[in-house]
Write a protein that binds this ligand. Structure first.
Ligand SMILES: NC(=O)c1ccc[n+]([C@@H]2O[C@H](COP(=O)([O-])OP(=O)(O)OC[C@H]3O[C@@H](n4cnc5c(N)ncnc54)[C@H](O)[C@@H]3O)[C@@H](O)[C@H]2O)c1
Length: 391
């Protein structure tokens, strides 16, 4: 039997319940060593359901537990940075839920502590582990769409879908716990995913963050952010919490093709998780395997072999990869990295840049100009957030 790595979760709320605990239970090399939540009622309910080896109301006590090797921080956003830092100081490897941090300073301090302590730190931006996004990234790496020059990633998802139906607490509507609204909650996924697909770091951002729905949250519930990447590519991310249907789509426009990836839920415009187009000339046998598998000819006796030049006619190919389970894939990846002592594919620096994109966009509304992001950026605290001092 594989060695079981003890995982402890701080914040035994809904994401622990629907994402992390079932992933731990499904992975041979993982065990739920501890659950921690300051709310005794929630802790008792989750302890009964998931049967951790130990339960704690105080996370500092959990960090002393030698059986906990990996910590997942799944508490409200305000606590992410300090709890992740304390866990790393206790020599634990850490997955911290999105948003990685609420300020630029918090994010880069987390990066530094992970280096100082020699432990792995990874954000829980699980959408980059969705099968369709993993395939898209691979096709882009192989040059299938040429050079990616423009990208867009959006997540529009009504307030009642998660906040009202799944979340154990209402922290998302409290400025001092959530930091920001849709910007942090949805923007953290979009910025991460677009960076992942474009394959370049952000250089500067400008944005518009608005609160349309003052009746259900005092925080922002929508955002548009334009991003210029270091390699010159451009992108835009958007999201909202007021439109009732889910729309989750990313698009990458390259010099020789286009890739669309959608969510794991479908709608009439996002009917396939992945759709690809290339203007490159390919023979059937030369197409990337996944594309070959899904590319049906329009004539069943295969028009491909009738082409005078032997190249396949160009058309969109919708791809339906097996529906994976991204929380499990993400944890599996992280635990394999811990076991083999190799850094995770998503670095803490990238997640700090995601934080910079989000807070930088807010700052751009004050400065009325583009904001350069990255380690040298000045700290900025979004309005309504009373950022705690991180030690
Ligand atoms: N990756 C994703 O797709 C995804 C999805 C949902 C939530 N999340 C993130 O997970 C985190 C939790 O969200 P949720 O939906 O599970 O919320 P939730 O309200 O369901 O759970 C939060 C839990 O944290 C506990 N808590 C409150 N203060 C705490 C503290 N100081 N220390 C430890 N625990 C504390 C609460 O008692 C509650 O049980 C958020 O940061 C959220 O953004 C990520």
């Amino acid at each position: 039997m594989a060695r079981q790595i003890g995982v402890g979760i701080i914040g035994a709320g809904s994401i622990a319940d629907i994402g992390h605990c079932p992933s731990i239970a499904a992975l041979e090399n993982a065990k739920l060593a501890a659950l921690c939540d300051p709310n005794k009622e929630i802790l008792d309910k989750m302890t009964k359901k998931w049967e951790p080896e130990k339960s704690y109301t105080d996370y500092q006590a959990m960090l002393e537990d030698k059986n906990v090797e990996v910590v997942i921080v799944g508490s409200p956003n305000r606590y992410h940075a300090q709890q992740a830092i304390d866990a790393m100081r206790a020599k634990k490897h850490v997955i911290v839920e999105k948003p990685f941090a609420c300020t630029h300073e918090e994010a880069w301090k987390m990066v530094d502590v992970s280096k100082e302590e020699g432990v792995f730190l990874m954000a829980g931006t699980n959408q980059r582990f969705w099968e369709q996004n993993v395939i898209a990234r691979k096709l882009i790496d192989e040059g299938f769409i040429g050079k990616p020059q423009m990208g867009r990633s959006s997540l529009h998802e009504g307030w009642n879908l998660y906040h009202e139906k799944l979340s154990f607490t209402r922290f998302r509507q409290y400025p001092n716990e959530a930091g920001a609204g849709a910007l942090f909650d949805l923007g953290a996924h979009r910025a991460d995913l677009l960076m992942f697909l474009m394959g370049s770091k952000p250089k500067r951002v400008i944005g518009m963050i608005k609160a349309f729905g003052t009746d259900y949250t005092p925080l922002d519930d929508s955002f548009w952010i334009m991003i210029e990447f270091e390699n010159g590519a451009t992108g835009v991310i958007s999201g909202d919490r007021f439109s009732p249907a889910v729309s989750n789509i990313s698009e990458v426009y390259g010099t020789e093709g286009t890739i669309f990836t959608a969510s794991e839920a479908t709608n009439p415009f996002q009917t396939a998780p992945l759709a690809v187009f290339t203007s490159k000339n390919f023979k059937q046998s030369e197409l990337p395997e996944i594309v070959r598998e899904y590319r049906y000819p329009q004539l069943f006796w295969s028009e491909d072999i009738m082409q005078p030049d032997g190249y396949v006619p160009k058309r969109w190919v919708p791809i339906y990869p097996k529906r994976g389970w991204a929380y499990k894939s993400m944890l599996e990846h992280f635990l394999n990295c811990v076991e083999k002592d190799v850094p995770p594919s998503l670095t803490p620096e990238e997640s700090a840049l995601v934080t910079d994109i989000l807070v930088g966009a807010y700052k751009s509304m004050e400065t009325k100009s583009w904001v350069e992001v990255g380690r040298d950026m000045e700290n900025y605290i979004v309005p309504l957030y009373d950022a705690p001092e991180i030690v």
